[in-house]
Design a binder for this molecule. Structure first.
Ligand code: NDP
Length: 774
């Protein structure tokens, strides 16, 4: 027999990892777990079974936490927080100790994770656990650097964290490490299917000497998650399904709780005809069959260029037919067990309902356990359910495209925006396509690369907020200072019958660079404090908003302009405003009845200069990720932003949010100060004379409360900001759940926000991974 024959006929022998150390740990812990609260395990209460999905064996009994447990955990976290926040160096030492202990017990964690979740030991051992440890090392550094590098930031307080079952320990690390680094304390709820590594982690916290109350773990089902959401926490960080994310957005609306959501995805995997096909096929194995496809950023939607499609599918089928499926503890296994019979059934039902061309890998399935074969479905149209919905299993769906622009269109034809992979040997093409993809992460000639230094998170219905890197710290800090309570301002209403200007002018709306009559045809008089008529302001309605959003969308090329050009236009606005400062100052004094109009105009000019300065200086970052290559953190514009302006300052209320937003390449529709709208309407002329392209800034006047829900629910807006003196935070956050857009509301308080906050609110960080080498 030749060596070639031997290679071709050789079967894999079994290479099982022993389950014994993990099972022994479970026995040592009594096989029954309480919650981990205030530094110790509570007595087990009513329990549910933690099962091994590969065998169906019961591994342990885990407590279904009660409302009292959740409240006690939150109270313990609250009590511990102030002291924990005091000393960054002590926090760094604690996080470092946790990282060391995670490494020391890495094999135990890996085996326990595989037993509880069904993922191959190769993945838990080589990916989940090392990455979890890396997160703690990286954030130990952030704890050390916080005081020096983030002097304006303070911790949010007590963070409620809810994680899913697909990467139980890794998601825990992504949540807990940055939270603790920034001086927060946490109450974390693992998924019901996979609580065991979180409980082992609690044990590690004890060994690391973490002060009691800093980390608390409450176990149980979704009901416990709901309790945590409504408990006395200051923030909720959630990873899981879009449906539950939406419910949490509604439940936290108006509560003042900070929120980050990392939700589902249907990430495109784009293969151009000049790609290295064998590498792209191998990449797909990682994209969709890693972790049984139970990955939020799985490359689950293959888009392949038509010319190479038949050859590519042939190679792909040949490769997937060779994947080895079976006992996840076997080190030579590629695909393990799906997490639970419920998930297995969900995958089965979705695939069985498809009328595509289904290819399942032929290998035999084990007799027991939750297994689903690697599957490819071709011949689907872009609108097919399986092309749009997350399957969360080892199932790849595919369609073809002809041109790069069609690839981008298909890739973006989803409500999600988590990740994307681009395969081509042409770097120009790759770097042309990457910025056009609606995704928080783009991998070029690679897939599923993660690191603590690189931000991860989505846009659209994949959620908001980033985990990892400097940008991830925004999710666990807030600017120092509590702000001032805002008192609503009623418009002056008495009419002494004497108009101030000789002409009774009705200011129109400003949409698409033109003055437009309000759709409803209504306006309201605006008076001075002394009761003199200043003019009329139009009352915008939902249709005017719709027109403004259309104008913003048509002005999308603004987002591709250079920072230099945007800076020049902002300087030009400042210059033109400056030339009319007396007129604006008088107008402001008439509107407010004050005398500080000149100061407000000077502030506005200064703000325009400041954001002209920033327009070309919000640098992208190249992240030092541990590979030969780089991960670029690109500060992209958010898109279309709807703004309810500060009521108290007729001009600054508009300029303060408008200037950073357009400096960063966004298009805005601003609803001017409700009581004092006429300085914003005068400002049209400044915009007209300053080369601002039509549609980049649109200005409406009208009632904030009436327009707020329409802004929040509009599918064409990517973010809504409210600085209104009427506290509309609840209405906006609640209505935003429909589209899961970003919101920034004032909760009835005014703040002097630092530049870092404006920059963060005006941009989305897109991480583009670029490996080097042939
Ligand atoms: P969920 O979104 O339901 O679960 C995520 C976490 O939220 C779990 O800890 C869960 O608890 C908890 N939870 C459930 N309901 C609530 C609630 N009302 N309030 C607060 N927390 C809650 O995902 P599933 O586990 O049910 O999976 C369903 C589908 O979601 C999958 O098939 C997949 O498509 C998608 N998914 C996406 C993930 C992602 O990373 N994008 C991750 C996981 C799932 P418990 O598990 O105990 O019910």
């Amino acid at each position: 027999m030749s060596v070639k024959d031997i290679f071709e006929t050789m079967e894999y022998g079994p290479a099982p990892e022993s389950a014994a150390p993990a099972l022994e740990w479970l026995v040592d812990m009594g096989d029954r777990f309480g919650c981990f609260i205030d530094g110790k395990f509570t007595d087990p209460g009513e329990t549910f079974e933690a099962k091994d999905p590969a065998t169906g064996n019961v591994l342990a009994h885990v407590t279904q936490a009660t409302e009292a447990d959740v409240d006690t955990a939150v109270a313990a976290a609250r009590k511990a927080q102030a002291k924990w926040a005091k000393d960054g160096h002590k926090r760094a030492r604690a996080l470092y100790a946790i990282a060391r202990l995670l490494q020391k017990h890495a094999r135990l964690f890996a085996v326990l994770e595989t037993l509880d979740n069904g993922k191959p030991i190769r993945e838990s051992r080589d990916i989940d656990i090392p990455l979890a440890a890396r997160h703690f090392y990286y954030h130990a550094g952030m704890a050390e650097l916080m005081d020096e590098e983030l002097p304006d930031a303070e911790p949010i307080g007590v963070c409620g964290q809810i994680v899913p079952w697909n990467f139980p320990l890794l998601m825990l690390a992504w949540k807990i490490a940055p939270a603790l680094a920034m001086g927060n304390t946490v109450v974390l709820k693992p998924a019901e299917y996979t609580s065991l590594t979180a409980l082992l982690f609690a044990d590690i916290c004890r060994q690391a000497g973490l002060p009691k109350g800093v980390v608390n773990i409450v176990t149980g089902d979704g009901a416990v998650g709901e309790m945590l959401v409504t408990s006395d926490v200051d923030k909720i960080a959630f990873t899981g399904s879009t449906a539950v994310g939406r419910r949490i957005r509604e439940a936290t609306a108006g509560s003042g709780k900070a929120l980050t959501l990392e939700l589902g995805g249907k990430s495109p995997y784009i293969v151009f005809e000049d790609a290295d096909i064998d590498s792209a096929v191998e990449g797909l194995v990682d994209a969709i069959w890693f972790n049984q496809g139970e990955v939020c950023c799985a490359g689950s939607r293959l888009l392949v260029q038509e010319g190479i499609a038949p050859r590519f599918y042939d190679k792909l089928r040949a490769r997937m037919d060779k994947l080895r499926l079976g006992n996840p503890l076997d080190k030579a296994i590629d695909v393990g067990a799906v997490v639970d019979p419920v998930q297995l059934q969900a995958i089965t039902d979705m695939v069985d309902g498809s009328n595509g061309d289904i290819h399942r890998a032929p290998g035999p399935l084990p007799d027991t356990g939750c297994y689903y074969p690697p599957t490819l479905i071709t011949g689907l149209s872009p609108a097919d359910r399986l092309m749009q919905e997350e399957i969360f299993g080892p199932v790849l769906v595919s369609t073809t495209f002809r041109t790069p622009s069609e690839a981008v269109e298909l890739a973006n034809n989803t409500r999600y925006g988590l990740a994307a992979s681009v395969w081509t040997e042409n770097i120009n093409l790759a770097l042309d396509v990457a910025p056009k993809l609606a995704a928080g992460v783009v991998w070029i000639n690679a897939t599923n690369l993660f690191d603590a230094a690189a931000g991860f998170g989505g846009v659209r219905e994949s959620g908001f907020g980033r985990e990892g890197g400097w940008e991830g710290l925004m999710a666990y800090t807030r600017p120092k200072g509590a702000g001032k309570e805002i008192t609503p301002i009623a418009p002056y209403s008495t009419d002494d019958g004497n108009p101030i200007p000789p002409l009774d002018r009705t200011a129109k709306l400003y949409i698409g660079g033109k003055q437009a009559r309000p759709d409803g045809g209504y306006s309201r008089p605006v008076y001075t404090r002394g009761g003199k008529l200043l003019g009329h302001a139009s009352l915008a309605n939902r249709k005017d908003l719709r027109n403004a959003v259309e104008a913003m969308t048509a002005a999308r090329s603004w987002s591709q302009t250079t920072g230099h050009l945007r800076a020049q236009i902002l300087y030009y606005i400042a210059e033109n405003l400056s030339a009319r400062e007396d007129e604006f100052a008088t107008r402001i004094n008439h509107l407010t009845g004050g005398r500080s109009g000149d100061k407000e105009v000077a502030q506005a000019v200064r703000a325009l200069f400041k954001w002209a300065a920033w327009a070309d200086k919000h640098d992208h970052r190249a992240k030092p990720v541990p590979m030969r290559g780089t991960a670029l953190a690109m500060n992209e514009p958010v898109g279309n932003i709807g703004i309810l302006c500060d009521d108290a300052r007729p001009l600054m209320g508009l300029i303060e949010p408008m200037a950073p937003a357009i400096a960063m390449g966004n298009r805005v529709t601003a609803v001017a100060s409700s009581p004092y709208p006429l300085a914003a309407t005068d400002f049209y002329q400044v915009l007209d004379t300053s080369d601002v392209p039509g549609g980049v800034v649109n200005i409406l006047t009208g009632d904030h409360a009436e327009l707020a829900p329409h802004l929040a629910a509009h599918a064409g807006l990517d973010a809504v900001w409210s600085f209104s003196a009427t506290d509309l935070s609840q209405e906006i956050e609640h209505a935003s759940a429909a589209t899961l857009k970003r919101t920034w509301v004032n909760n009835g308080r005014s703040h002097d926000w630092p530049a870092a906050t404006w920059l963060a609110q005006s941009t989305e960080v897109k991480t583009v991974w670029i490996p080097y080498g042939e």
